[in-house]
Design a binder for this molecule. Sequence first.
Ligand SMILES: Cc1cc2nc3c(=O)[nH]c(=O)nc-3n(C[C@H](O)[C@H](O)[C@H](O)COP(=O)(O)OP(=O)(O)OC[C@H]3O[C@@H](n4cnc5c(N)ncnc54)[C@H](O)[C@@H]3O)c2cc1C
Length: 415
Amino acid sequence: MNQKQHVVIIGGGIIGTACAHFLTEANFQVTVVEKGSFAEGCSTGNCGLVCPSHVLPLAEPGAILNALKSMFQRNSPFRIKPRLDVSLWSWFAAFAKHCNKKDMLAAGHAIQPLLAQSLTDYCQLVESNVVDCEYQQQGLLFAYKSAAAFESYAATNELLRNTFNEPAERYVGAELNELEPALKENLAGGWYYHEDAHLRPDKLLASWRKSLTDKGCTFLENQTVNDFQKNNDSAVAVRTSTSEISADHFVVATGATSPEWAAWLGFPIPIQPGKGYSLTMPRPQTCPKIPMILPETRVAVTPMESAYRLGSTMEFVGYDDSISDERLRLLTDGVQDYLIEPVTSPIERKWFGWRPMTSDGLPIIDRSKILNNVWLAAGHNMLGLSMAPATGRLVTDLITGRSPSVDPRPYAHRR
Ligand SMILES: Cc1cc2nc3c(=O)[nH]c(=O)nc-3n(C[C@H](O)[C@H](O)[C@H](O)COP(=O)(O)OP(=O)(O)OC[C@H]3O[C@@H](n4cnc5c(N)ncnc54)[C@H](O)[C@@H]3O)c2cc1C
């Protein structure tokens, strides 16, 4: 009997876990090595939105001007901590270059297959009881207070309808309250995407880990992978803080801290941490049924079955792990004008995560130029949960050499 090939995955977040799933399905022996506790990086307290409607990247025409303006606004959800950091400013220079319609559309076309495949995969994972995560397909609503802001979204809707076949339904004034009675009256309107879904990320990851463990996958926690042991142009093992683990293939799925692997991958990994916060609390009595994004305050509202979560902010402040109550107030202040019962108590969890941000909005899924059996899967920006299953599938396709489920070229480090 042939022995199974062994894959070591560095990083126990949603991307590492999704890779573990599809590699296990493909009959590999898989070990996930996590430097902290499993799924305690960016993948646990996020907003839980699985949103194929979000095809457009952050780099869009006008984004740099908006970013500059918000630098001078107190309490803007967007924030840059000015500092002498070459990687930060070269990231912004590259971001600025992508803020044009051509690149925005190209990124949208590249993201869309990962989003679409992932939605299908989540449905199957839920239906086959691999995961148990309060999954609901209630759509996603963009709700607006001001008529001007509401109407200005019509152009984006046209673009999404005509170019990506992602139309939203328009709800004006009172129609919005009929659709979502938890909203206050007198809002201008909303745009509703039917097909989007949401789930509880910590439950998703805990149940996925359990299913994978039952299938023989190993999860090692509190073990930092420091480097590889190599033999010519292949890696033969990873060295962790406490042991050495040999394997046939390796996947680096280390999210926002991935740039530290650049020397082993043989190419730069221009990822910046985009810090965001969430607050988790009990569901209000008048709880929304549809998850929402409030674009005027940039707060996301997720009504999970067992909790209610607000999430927001995009801060380029380096690897800062502090939790600021002042920044958290942006979340609670940002929902006051929209919801009948905007906030509840007690706050069960104050959380931050570092989104792995690339300048063009696309993940990097590619093979090391130095070690031919090492792969990077990182840089999923604001959509790691929404793109994870398709990423795991693609990484498995690339390692096995089978025909890839989506075209991998847009995710190559040089694109
Ligand atoms: C406020 C907020 C809301 C969000 N909402 C959504 C949403 O609604 N929908 C959506 O799709 N996305 C959302 N995101 C984005 C999403 O959370 C991220 O894109 C995703 O979690 C990235 O997953 P990852 O596995 O790449 O990184 P992580 O979850 O950070 O996992 C990487 C792991 O690697 C480990 N690691 C790093 N270095 C080493 C090492 N040397 N050895 C061992 N382990 C190591 C880390 O400890 C970490 O656990 C949100 C993000 C934030 C901050």
